[in-house]
Write a protein that binds this ligand. Structure first.
Ligand SMILES: NC(=O)c1ccc[n+]([C@@H]2O[C@H](COP(=O)([O-])OP(=O)(O)OC[C@H]3O[C@@H](n4cnc5c(N)ncnc54)[C@H](OP(=O)(O)O)[C@@H]3O)[C@@H](O)[C@H]2O)c1
Length: 270
């Protein structure tokens, strides 16, 4: 089952293991990472998971683990595959490396970190996507996703006859109706939308008088109102907070009460 919050492990470097373990102790059951050393330390996420298992905090079966395949262009020199190999081989090598890093024999979700071009769904994307589907068919991956996509990527992927993803993970800007057109595509195709940078991309929403007013009345923070709003419109939120109190607050945002009018107004802030 997909949890209602994902703890993101980007940009934590030597704090990655401890923060992953802390997130699990605080109650997160979904972990997002990537086999992209430039922004993530996937092996340290695995160390954090192992520490939590050892301490009896959680078992593998209770967790939702998501990681990503990142093209050469999105990586630095620390590659999880042979750059001279074809893309299908790179995907297989990256998955194998992720499973070793995470100490597991399957991941719950495997995401194409970003398409090869901003202009559309390319032959490279089709090859990587087909290779990801083979990993799924072989049981090493349960569900597939794509990230950093525009509507045209999704439309072209669907038009190609390839299977549509189970997840779309995008940076979510309030000023674009919280990624309205991509969310609408997801709703039509039964795709679960995952939103990141909900706070950092939207300072104007956090400062907005409506959000601030709801937060003050409910004695919660504007960040909690935004996370609860995201949940109310069917989004799966990511948070990568490094702060124990923010971890608690983010999970507790589930209980913030928003009326349907408030949800609609926040959705149309831009
Ligand atoms: N697919 C992609 O290309 C992609 C790109 C970016 C991110 N991601 C994923 O998304 C995850 C989250 O990244 P993000 O861009 O959303 O940023 P983030 O890492 O979650 O950063 C949130 C920022 O807001 C601050 N903050 C203040 N109050 C907060 C609260 N109540 N709860 C949470 N944060 C609060 C945090 O500071 P404190 O640390 O002090 O709380 C932090 O500086 C990443 O770790 C990664 O897994 C994916």
């Amino acid at each position: 089952m997909t949890p209602d919050f994902l703890y993101g492990t980007a940009w934590k470097e030597d704090r990655t293991a401890a923060l992953t373990e802390l997130a699990l102790r605080t109650g997160f059951r979904g972990i997002d990472t990537a086999n992209q050393r430039r922004h993530y330390v996937e092996a340290a996420v695995g160390a954090g998971l192992a520490a939590a298992y050892r301490a009896g905090v959680v078992s593998r079966a209770e967790l939702f683990l998501q990681t990503k395949f990142t093209y050469r262009a999105g990586q630095d020199h620390r590659l999880p595959y042979d750059p001279a190999a074809d893309l299908s081989t790179q995907v297989a090598q990256s998955v194998q490396s992720s499973l070793e890093h995470l100490g597991t024999d399957y991941v719950d979700s495997y995401v194409l970190h970003g398409p090869a071009s901003g202009h559309g769904w390319t032959d490279d994307d089709a090859e990587a996507w087909a290779a990801m589907a083979r990993e799924r068919d072989a049981g090493r991956v349960r569900l597939l996703g794509v990230s950093n996509v525009f509507l045209r990527h999704l439309e072209q992927l669907a038009a190609s006859g390839a299977e549509t993803p189970a997840f779309v993970q995008n940076r979510c800007f309030a000023r674009f109706g919280w990624d309205r057109s991509v969310r609408a595509f997801c709703a039509r195709h039964g795709i679960q939308y995952q939103g990141f940078s909900l706070l950092t991309a939207n300072p104007e929403a956090l400062r907005h008088s409506l959000v601030a007013g709801i937060a003050a009345l409910a004695k919660v923070t504007p960040a909690q109102v935004v996370f609860r709003f995201a949940q109310a419109i069917g989004m799966l939120s990511l948070t990568g907070t490094t702060d124990a109190e923010h971890m608690r607050q983010d999970l507790a945002s589930r209980t913030v009460v928003l009326s349907s009018d408030e949800v609609r107004t926040i959705e149309n802030l831009a």
